[in-house]
Structures are given as C-alpha cells and as structure tokens.
Ligand binder design. Structure first.
Ligand SMILES: Nc1ncnc2c1ncn2[C@@H]1O[C@H](COP(=O)(O)OP(=O)(O)OP(=O)(O)O)[C@@H](O)[C@H]1O
Length: 644
C-alpha cells in the first residue's frame, strides 16, 4: 500500500460529490444567536483506574470547530470520540486538562452550557406524550413568556415540518421509529435555537435513508450558522461527502483534521494509497486502527495532533499549520438564561407529570388493584377485631401491618421508576430545559394527589372493616400518620434511587427496610430501662417507630374507654387500652411527637435526595467528598456497572 515519491496531485479522489437541495429554511420567532467557534488546545482526559492508576483517554489533542460547518468526529471504536464530545460539550470535564476557547475566549462553562445542546446517543424522550405534546411542553419550558402561546405553536409546527415529523405529529413517543425518535430529539433541542449542537452518533441504529435524512438536516442546521459537531461510526461515502469538516481520532490522538476530500491526499502523503472506489471514511478508520501497518505516529505528526486546523493538499510537509482565525468574542451577546421563571417551570413540569401519570393507565390500574387486594386481605384477617377486648394483640398486629403497607407501597414504585427517569432528567437538565429546584418541586407536587387519594381510600376501608373506634378525630389521626409514613417512605425511595440504578435500588431499598421494621418494634414490652442507650438511639432512627407510636395513640390513646369482651372469655387482659399501651412501652406516646418526627424525616429525606441528585447532575468537583465515596461504592459494592 505504501506509495513513495508520487505527487499529491496524482492521487485519485474517491469522495462522492453530491448535489444537495437547498434546504435552508427560516423559522419564525426563533431568537437570533451569534456564531460560535470552538477551539481546543492540548486537551487531555484521564480517568482514575484501580487504586492509584490512571487511564489516559485523550492525549493532548487540539482542533477548531467552526460555526456554519457540519463537523464529523470519526475514528475506530474506543478511539475517544464520545469522550472528546463529552469534554467539549462540558458533559464530563473533571479530569480534563488543556484549554477550550469559545470565540477566542476561555470557555466559561456556565455561559457555554447556555449556548450549547448535547444530543446523546440514546434517544431518551418523555414517555406517554405525543410528538406535538412533547414539543409544546418543551417550548413552554424553554421559551417561557418570551413568545405568546400562538407564536410558540407556530414555531413548534414549523420545526415539526422542517424535521419531517408531520405524519408522526400525534404519535406517542414510545411508538416512533428510530429515525423519527432521533429527529424528535433534535427537534426538541432546536426550540430555542442553540448556536452549538453536539450529537453523539446520531446515525447509529438508523437505516441508510434515515441516516441520510438526519445528516442532511444537520447540514441544513449548520448552514443556518450553527456549529454542529457529531461523532459518527463509519459513514457511507454519500454521508461522508456531506460533512464540511472531518476530525479523525485514533488512540486518543488526532490523526487528521480538515475537509473530507483531503483525506485521500493526506493519506498519500503519509505513505498509504486509498484504493479507487473505496470509501475514504472507511479507509481512514482502517488505517487509524492499524490494519495496514503502523501509520499512527506519522499521521499524528502530519497534523501536529490537531494543531493543524485544516490539513489541505496545498500544504504538504508535516505539521503544516493552516490556522484559521476564530470569530470575534461574542460571549456577552449570549443572553441565554432560562426564559421561563421558576414558577412557570414548576407549573409546566407538574402538568407534564400529571398528564403522564394519567396516560399510564395500566400502572394506575395495577396500583389500584394492589391496594384493593390489600384491603381485601387485611380486612379479612383483622375483620371486626378493633372493638373486641380479647383481640387487642391481633389489633396491635393490624397497626403494624398498616405501617408495613405504607413503607413498601409508596417506596417500591419509586425504586423501579426513578432511576430511568433520572436519565431523562440528566439530559433535560444538562440542556437547560429547567432548574433542578423546579423539577424537584414539580415531582413533589405531582405525586401528592394520587398518594393522598389512594392512601385515604385504603385507610378508611381497613379502619372501618376492622372496626376501629368510629370517632372522626381518631380516624383523622390514623390517616395522617399513615400518609406521613407513606411520604417518608417515598422520599427514602427517592434518596436511594437518585444515586443508584434500578438493580441496586431495588436491592438496597428492601434491605434497608428490614432494620427499620425491626427497630419499629424492638424492645416492646421490655421497658425502657433495660434497653441500652445506643439501642434506644437506633430505635429513634427508625421513622416507622414514630409512626407506630402515632397509630397506637390514635387507636388507644386519649383516654379511650374500656372495650367490651365476649361473654365466653374468662379473662380479657387488654380490654383496657391503657394496659396495652403500658405493656408495649407506649404509654407516653403522643400524636404531635409522631407527626413532628415523621415530618422531620420527610424533610430530611427530601433534602437528601435533592442533594444526591445535584451531585449526580454536577459535572465538576463541587462534591469532592461525595465523589470519593461514590467512587468507592461503585468500585467495590456496585452490583451492576451499567449506570454512569
Ligand atoms: N470512565 C471510564 N473509565 C475507564 N475507561 C473509560 C471510561 N470512559 C471511557 N473509557 C475508555 O476510553 C476509551 C474511549 O472511549 P469512547 O467512548 O470515547 O470511545 P469511542 O471512540 O466513542 O468508541 P465507540 O465508537 O465504540 O463508541 C475506550 O477504550 C473506553 O473503554
């Protein structure tokens, strides 16, 4: 393959030249954004490996990605394409060194995040919504009151038309084809016209036609003045010809940068000839992965590891620096803060969550059926025992059962659902759809109505079937305590699943519940003096204990009168409610203490889940200690290694 002594001009160019339709379309109401050039110099990225080791993924690469150009990052698998994209987009930059300049100025991460959007490889889109609904909600979140409702609808319709989604406008996102889903992901990010768009492998999983549509669309966006950068896996010759700028990575280094048409002459200068009719994209990847011998060093040297911003056949010798001037600094022009207020975000997100809950009927029915099943089982087991002086130990069990129900039923759905929701949250939050605070408030509000309704139906039913004292005050106290236990459990579930994936969450949640249940009843009947102080502290750590005391107070406290005993019973030890409270050590229980303690636990777990989520969403070292603990847990105790 090596060709020595031939002139570059002799090299046949095999890139296909394709005549493109002029697809430049204008969108009404899109805010104008100034052009943005991204220049990076000596960028390195390492990840910790093993006890003290490090793995170098990017090795001092440089480059320039200009506005108005569609840039492709190519390279063999594992070369570092996604990593380069992640570092440039700012999705991961702890561990990166080197400089990234935005229009010639050092990148201000907060500013840059406002002007760039990152469309990741997995097309995560909100479930249970149609394309039009998803777009409308995204417009409400991203544009706030910047545009009127009518203008937003016009803009949404225009983007839907531009991205060839008209036929799928009313289709649910879960039923979209791969190509439609990819186009929807792009459409959602186009709403507030970001000047910089990063895409990780936008054509993976698409057929030739969909890939071609997708790249044409990106080309059109770039022609509109945006900086569009995407990593691509072995594009066809037709797709390859659509890219304005090609950046090839191999083993974490830059082996070519410039126009796609220059790849063949470039390879020729390093001593390897591309066979006629061979796709240059395939060929450069094969050469980079060492299939034709070791040309890596020569290629890296020829483009000076990316310092040569645009290799061209006009420049022959190695390290030819065909520098291009970047745009003038225009960062101040980017007034890209959230257009919607926090309150607008909360309202839109709450509506979205409620709509999704309503649409997820199968889950609603399943939840309703589960509660009905429990009402039936618990109602049958404890039927009419609440007012029978001889059955009060059974009734004690009834109260305990209610606690277990309100421990598991609100917690398990969260452990199952939330880890996958966090993936969506990560994408939307990174692309600045809304603030975490707004999301968290909406999450807390949207879950309330169903939980209160279903909990009330359950409590009233079992309370009545088991014949507990029919006094409104006692019923209300019982209900409030049960609902509060449910809220705490739900927030405990959020705390667990905000940092772990589904498998780990579903394991940790029930395991953590065991000590909580044990300490809820530990030492009952033994009297407080015989229980060591540390055990009493541990007992207080179980919010279920406070809940249990609250329920017992609701049923037996507040001077409840003696209960009748069936005539066949000779001795009814617990017919006096005070006796039961005394023997279980709950004679001093107080409803207010229970309510306050449960509320404090609820706030604690809510705050914990909020901070854990913030930590998960943060890409820098704000939470150094937590990051260290997280790394230890991931390395040594993780049951799956799937989540990032
Ligand atoms: N957090 C990490 N810890 C250890 N190794 C990592 C980590 N992230 C990436 N790598 C390694 O870095 C290399 C580059 O990964 P990257 O995902 O950037 O490759 P890629 O070029 O996008 O590959 P592909 O085309 O197959 O997606 C791979 O060998 C990968 O295993």
């Amino acid at each position: 393959m090596e060709v020595m002594g031939s002139s570059v001009d002799d090299v046949p160019l095999t890139c296909v030249s394709i005549k493109r339709r002029d697809e430049r379309k204008t969108l009404s109401y899109l805010p104008n954004r100034p052009p943005v050039d991204i220049e990076f110099t000596d960028l390195s990225y390492t990840v910790p490996q093993g006890r003290k080791g490090k793995k170098i993924i990017l090795r001092s690469v440089s480059g320039l990605f200009r506005s108005g150009q569609l840039t492709a990052i190519l390279g063999p698998s594992g070369a570092g394409k996604s990593t380069l994209l992640n570092v440039l987009a700012g999705y991961r930059y702890a561990g990166a060194t080197g400089s990234v300049l935005v229009n010639g100025q050092p990148r201000n991460m907060v500013q840059f995040q406002k002007m760039s959007r990152y469309i990741m490889q997995q097309d995560l889109v909100q479930p249970h919504l149609s394309v039009h609904e998803a777009m409308r909600i995204a417009a409400d979140l991203k544009l706030g009151s910047e545009l009127t409702k009518k203008q937003k609808l016009t803009l949404v319709d225009e983007i839907i038309e531009m991205l060839l989604l008209v036929k799928a406008k009313n289709t649910k996102t879960s039923r979209l084809s791969g190509g439609e889903r990819k186009r929807l992901s792009i459409a959602l990010e186009l709403i507030n016209n970001p000047p910089v768009i990063f895409l990780d492998e936008p054509t993976t999983g698409l057929d030739d036609l969909s890939s071609s549509q997708c790249i044409s669309l990106l080309k059109m966006l770039a022609q509109g003045g945006r900086t569009v950068i995407c990593s691509v896996h072995t594009p066809s010759a037709k797709l390859f010809a659509m890219f304005d700028h090609v950046y090839v990575v191999a083993a974490g280094q830059c082996v070519f940068q410039g126009s796609g048409a220059d790849i063949v002459p470039f390879l020729y200068t390093v001593g390897i000839e591309c066979p006629t009719h061979y796709n240059p994209a395939d060929f450069v990847i094969e050469v980079s992965s060492g299939e034709y011998g070791d040309f890596l060093e020569k290629m890296v040297a020829a483009v000076d590891n990316g310092h040569c911003y645009c290799w061209s056949q006009r420049y022959t010798g190695s390290a030819s620096h065909c520098k291009i001037e970047a745009n003038d600094p225009t960062e101040d022009d980017h007034k890209l803060d959230f257009s919607s207020s926090c309150w607008q975000q909360i309202r839109t997100l709450t509506c979205r969550m409620l709509l999704q809950m309503y649409r997820d009927r199968s889950y609603l029915y399943l939840q309703g059926l589960m509660y009905l099943f429990l009402i039936f089982i618990i109602g049958s087991l404890y039927y009419n025992m609440g007012f029978d002086g001889a059955k009060q130990l059974y009734n004690f069990g009834f109260c305990y059962t209610c606690i277990i129900v309100f421990l598991y039923l609100p917690m398990l759905p969260v452990l199952l659902h939330f880890p996958s929701e966090v993936q969506l949250l990560k994408r939307e939050h990174f692309n600045r759809w809304y603030s975490l605070r707004a999301y968290f408030c909406a999450l807390s509000i949207a879950k309330l109505p169903l939980q209160i309704f279903i909990g009330t139906v359950y409590v009233c039913s079992v309370y009545w079937i088991s014949n507990q004292p029919l006094e409104l005050a006692r019923l209300c106290q019982f209900l409030v305590i049960c609902l509060l236990i449910g809220f705490v459990s739900e927030n405990l579930g959020l705390t667990i699943s905000s940092r772990l994936d589904i498998v780990n969450s579903i394991f940790i949640g029930p395991v953590l519940s065991v000590p909580l249940m044990l300490f809820a009843v530990y030492g009952m009947g033994a009297g407080t003096t015989s229980i060591p102080i540390y055990m009493r502290v541990l007992m207080c750590l179980s919010y279920l204990r406070f809940g249990f005391e609250g329920l017992m107070y609701a049923v037996y406290g507040n001077d409840r009168s003696m209960m009748p005993c069936p005539p066949e019973e000779i001795y009814c030890h617990f017919r006096s409610p005070k006796t039961l409270l005394l023997e279980t050590g709950m004679e001093n229980s107080n409803i207010w203490v229970a309510v306050l303690a449960l509320t404090a636990y609820m706030i604690f777990f809510k705050a914990m889940s909020y901070f854990l989520l913030r930590w998960r969403l943060s890409r820098h070292r704000d939470f150094a200690a937590l990051n260290y603990v997280g790394r230890i847990i991931k390395t040594h105790f993780n049951f799956t290694q799937q989540h990032k």
